[in-house]
Design a protein around this ligand. Structure first.
Ligand code: SF4
Length: 361
């Protein structure tokens, strides 16, 4: 049911309680609440809504109109008909997704330089080179990619539907991009006779593809004119988990259930009871009796997990996404007057609050 903004009422007692329940101290709550109230005033004044990814700090998730994973946020914003402004406290590619689904709305990025190491790992020219090298292929891209890359794809998938999209799309080989840990984890669940390839990295003058069934890498020579890749394109958060760490946490904490995000190394995925995205992790807990649960994803998923299941214990080795954390309560409280907004389509180290390309400022 679409949210009607005129019906929205902020219950400050409830917000305070939620902060205490999440172990914020009295001193911390005294600092946080005025910042939330400042943002709430601006939000009401401007007829805006706030989207917060599950990797935002808990206070931002609590004050948000919608907290969720990337596609869910974009869909929720699309369905909030009477909002004039959508503030996307996420990373840049997620704000782009919001804009793609709500092209007539003003979409604001509090931290336009909040990129993503996966999205940075590939550009449109990379996709075109891969397509040239494999005539007849279909290229399926993960949602963690820029709009420039998405425009070159045959299909975009999420962690929830990647297996279905990859196994049903026409064309061969089916190529999954980025990132390769995610792709290899998804392909380990597909058992048919088709040929699947994964883009692994840029190395020297080659793009390196990987054939999981053959277990071999395939280099594709780059043309001189190809722009360089920005990085290897794995998630700086999820690649940090190690088998030794998972074993230690399981033993130390008496863990009964391990949840892993599909962006972890496949060696880690094999150690998990369930591999899935953030929403799937939250839903999965509902159906199992385990009391001590290890979650292998960004630390701040703790807030929705603990609020949904206050009687369970959630443990992790707390890893924070440096891109997501570029958003802050202070930035939200500085939402500028419309005349002060700038309009730019690419992340580039700005100081906050820019509109995405095409927005009417
Ligand atoms: S947690 Fe990883 S995939 Fe998510 S935004 Fe940060 S770097 Fe990107």
């Amino acid at each position: 049911m679409p949210l009607t903004l005129t019906d929205r009422k902020t219950d400050w007692n409830e917000i305070e309680e939620r902060l205490y329940d999440l172990d914020y101290s009295g001193d911390e709550v005294a600092i946080i609440l005025p910042k939330l109230q400042r943002f709430d005033e601006l939000r009401q004044e401007k007829n805006a809504i706030l989207l917060a990814h599950y990797y935002q700090i808990a206070p931002i998730q609590i004050i948000a109109d919608h907290a969720g994973d990337s596609l869910a946020l974009a869909m929720a914003a699309r369905d909030t008909g009477d909002a004039e402004i959508i503030v996307s406290s996420t990373v840049h590619f997620m704000a782009e997704m919001v804009k793609i689904l709500s092209p007539d709305k003003k979409v604001l990025c509090p931290a336009p330089d909040a990129s993503c190491s996966i999205a940075e790992g590939m550009n449109g020219a990379t996709v075109r080179r891969i397509r040239e090298a494999f005539p007849g292929c279909s290229i399926v891209g993960y949602i963690n990619s820029t709009a420039e890359v998405k425009a070159e794809l045959d299909a975009t998938c999420t962690s929830a539907n990647a297996r279905t999209v990859a196994s049903r799309i026409e064309g061969e080989p089916v190529i999954l991009i980025p990132d390769h840990y995610f792709a290899e984890n998804i392909l380990s669940q597909i058992h048919d006779d088709r040929r699947y390839l994964v883009y692994r990295r840029h190395e020297g003058d080659d793009l390196i593809m990987f054939d999981p069934k053959a277990g071999e890498e395939i280099p594709i020579p780059l043309e001189d004119s190809e722009p360089p890749m920005l990085n290897k394109g794995t998630c700086v958060v999820h690649e940090e988990f190690t088998p030794a760490e998972v074993t230690r946490l399981k033993e130390q904490e008496g863990v009964e259930l391990v949840l892993a995000h599909p962006e972890v190394n496949p060696e880690i995925a094999k150690m998990a009871d369930m591999v899935g995205g953030t929403s799937k992790m939250i839903d999965y807990v509902k159906g199992v009796p385990a009391q001590k649960i290890l979650y292998l994803t960004e630390c701040d998923l703790a807030a929705p997990l603990r609020e949904a299941y206050p009687d369970r214990k959630f443990v992790t080795s707390c890893k924070l996404c440096p891109y997501m954390k570029k958003n802050s309560l202070d930035l939200l409280g500085r939402m500028p007057r419309s005349g002060a907004l700038r309009n730019r389509g690419r992340p580039s180290g700005g100081r906050g609050f820019e509109t995405l390309a095409g927005a009417d400022v």
